[in-house]
Design a protein. Structure first.
Length: 335
């Protein structure tokens, strides 16, 4: 489990989305069943389980299961973004770890799934997202480096840093040095060229409609994030500051680097500003630099995440649709 929850008996629900209703239902059934294996204390179904009898033989939920297990409740359809189908299954606290492990291993690029704590649904909260390859489709530093003819070199270092193979701050300084001498106008061009991940605007608008605040915290650069934040209507934005002198980039970062601890700190500060508990939050990210952010959140979701982050997430977006998070949180109930 990621961020600390308020009560030990909180229930969860497994929410799964796919362009195929059949695929979503089959995945939800398979992963929910992972949480109903027998233990030394006996057999206990997921909360609200429709099947109360021990079944035998094989097959999907509702058609029997391994001997000595109880079939969980069949997945029920819930509101989904356009072009997707979504289902949900209740999961009790005692089964959460097994179900979480199953979804982490099972989400493919046509699925999105999360274990959603009940306390996140129907109450105000704060959503905090990483930016590069999460809120937007690109890596900003690579877009800037392309103007210096060093995109491939910088991209290789970025990939290693996001896999957790390099210290993020050290790798950032190395990559920023490659930008030395570029005219500052390049930043404006890059800011205009960034493309939000599909569903980003839907998620942000739905969050605001349900009393949530939305912030972005980035290991990228404020000169690009600030225009994006204004464009998307974000409530908070925080990123590194690129050094500029005489109209050109100095190849340096001014002030402290936005690293793993800084991202978690932003979440804590923004939940305090919103007047909600820290567990009333969702963190989104894709790489190793987002581990602390997801760990501090009430629910951490990896967006096409690197393996190191996938292994620590409560939810995984295999398909690049941020509006899937709106379905996780029940924001589409009135749509």
């Amino acid at each position: 489990m990621m961020g600390a929850m308020p009560h030990a008996d909180d229930a969860f629900r497994l929410v799964v989305l796919s362009p195929s209703a059949q695929e979503a239902g089959q995945a939800a059934s398979r992963w929910a069943r992972a949480g109903t294996l027998p233990d030394a204390a006996g057999i206990a179904p997921a909360d609200g389980a429709a099947a109360a009898a021990v079944t035998g033989g094989g097959g999907d939920v509702g058609h029997g299961g391994p001997v000595g297990t109880v079939a969980p409740q069949a997945p029920a359809a819930v509101p989904a973004p356009e072009g997707l189908s979504a289902v949900a299954v209740p999961v009790s606290l005692r089964h959460v770890d097994a179900v979480r492990k199953a979804l982490r291993a099972g989400v493919t690029d046509t699925l999105a799934a999360a274990l959603v704590p009940s306390c996140l649904v129907g109450a105000p909260g704060v959503l905090v997202t990483d930016v590069d390859s999460t809120l937007i489709q690109q890596e900003v530093i690579e877009l800037i480096a392309a103007h210096a003819g060093r995109e491939a070199e910088v991209a290789a270092v970025t990939e290693r840093a996001m896999r957790g193979e390099l210290d993020f701050a050290a790798s950032l300084h190395e990559r920023v040095r490659a930008l030395t001498g570029l005219p500052v106008r390049v930043l404006d061009e890059v800011a205009e060229s960034v493309v939000p991940t599909p569903g980003a605007e839907v998620l942000i608008d739905a969050a605001h409609a349900h009393g949530w605040r939305v912030g972005a915290v980035s290991g990228g650069f404020t000169q690009v994030l600030e225009p994006l934040a204004a464009r998307l209507g974000l409530d908070h934005a925080r990123a590194n500051v690129l050094g500029v002198r005489d109209g050109v980039l100095t190849g340096t970062v001014e002030g402290p680097v936005i690293d793993r601890p800084a991202k978690a700190s932003a979440l804590r500060q923004w939940t305090a500003v919103a007047g909600v508990e820290q567990h009333a939050s969702v963190g989104l990210g894709d790489g190793a630099n987002d581990l602390d952010l997801l760990g501090a959140a009430g629910m951490g979701v990896g967006v096409r995440p690197k393996p190191v982050l996938r292994d620590a997430a409560d939810g995984v977006l295999g398909l690049a649709r941020l509006d899937a998070v709106a379905a996780f949180l029940g924001f589409l109930q009135e749509a």
